[in-house]
Design a protein around this ligand. Structure first.
Ligand SMILES: [Zn+2]
Length: 329
């Protein structure tokens, strides 16, 4: 079907699993139940959208919980027909007394391992640091991620409120630790903040993959700069509509990204929150917005090129793509 290079673990938790984990953890059910709490039905804004993603946080602070939701996220992606999965999560959010950031990452890696074994879907974990956390905390996250580099953890990302915390300077050291450990780099920028934040991320952190980056489409000069610097946009259309970043999938900047010569890859961001998995994203793009088969194929090729994986996995994906096992629609 396709490669999913942008999906958040916290947006992949089944409402039924959240309910069971809540019972174990003694967390009261939210008003209206877990389905209502976790799912966004109508377009609103990023703050409202993130409040639905965050509704699951109270039940994730244990090894058992993180192991289970990670394993299930891999299983659900495999059931959707995904060929390669990069799952990202912010471990510091799930740290509790007696459950530290290394333990949180280990729990997710164990779930990832068992999910891969059960399904055959190759998958890796991208560890996110958050803009609202201090530099010391994010350095500790980077060191923990580095210890599992190549054995579960494949990448490093910065996420969070770009408007309240615009500076990337506090992330220079954490990203340096990550790249020294061999992790792939990506960053959520120009999603809520201005297009020029993309140039800042490339110059300051050394990233070439950009999460969302929707605002860049409005600034032709920045878009041209991005193409010249071989930037790749990780695009999640339905999520962008539900956060209010774009008015519709039809009006999505993916068309301008593709025309600019930038590489574009796909993700489903938070499939439980949005109710749209990768297969639906591909279908909506081809039926609702007229993304051509050729453009879709070029996105699959780009995804294989930029995926955070080892050589044997990339070679295998190239063979699958060439043989038509990764379909173009
Ligand atoms: Zn994201």
């Amino acid at each position: 079907m396709a490669l999913n290079l942008h999906t958040h673990l916290e947006g992949c938790v089944r409402p039924t699993t959240a309910a069971e984990l809540a019972t174990v953890a003694g967390v009261p059910a939210p008003v209206g139940g877990w389905e209502t709490a976790l799912v966004v039905r109508q377009p609103s804004n990023l703050t409202t959208f993130l409040s639905h993603v965050g509704a699951v946080y109270p039940v994730l602070g244990s090894r058992e919980a993180l192991y289970r939701v990670t394993r299930e996220a891999v299983e659900d992606a495999a059931a959707d027909g995904c060929d390669f999965l990069e799952l990202r999560a912010g471990p510091m959010t799930h740290v509790r007394d007696g459950f530290d950031v290394m333990a949180a990452i280990e729990a997710m890696c164990a779930g990832l391992d068992d999910g891969q074994r059960a399904t055959g879907l190759p998958a890796g974990l991208i560890v996110c640091v958050l803009r609202n956390h201090d530099e010391e905390t994010n350095i500790a996250v980077a060191r923990a991620a580095a210890r599992r580099a190549g054995s579960g953890v494949v990448g490093f990302d910065v996420a969070g409120d770009e408007l309240l915390y615009p500076s990337l300077i506090p992330f220079v050291k954490p990203f340096a630790i990550a790249v020294a450990a061999g992790l792939g780099l990506t960053a959520h920028v120009a999603e809520a903040g201005p297009a020029a934040n993309l140039m800042d991320a490339v110059n300051t952190l050394g990233v070439h993959r950009i999460g969302h980056g929707s605002r860049v489409a409005d600034e032709p000069a920045v878009l041209a700069w991005a193409a010249a610097h071989e930037v790749c946009f990780e695009v999640c259309p339905t999520s962008n509509v539900l956060t209010g970043a774009v008015s519709s999938v039809r009006a999505h900047p993916i068309h301008r990204f593709l025309r600019s010569g930038c590489r574009v890859v796909l993700g489903d961001d938070d499939p439980i929150t949005t109710g749209s998995r990768l297969s639906s994203e591909v279908a909506r793009l081809t039926t609702d917005t007229g993304v051509t088969e050729g453009a879709m194929t070029s996105m699959h090729h780009a995804a294989v090129d930029v995926a955070f994986c080892d050589k044997s996995t990339r070679d295998m994906l190239r063979v699958q793509l060439a043989s038509g096992d990764i379909s173009s629609s």
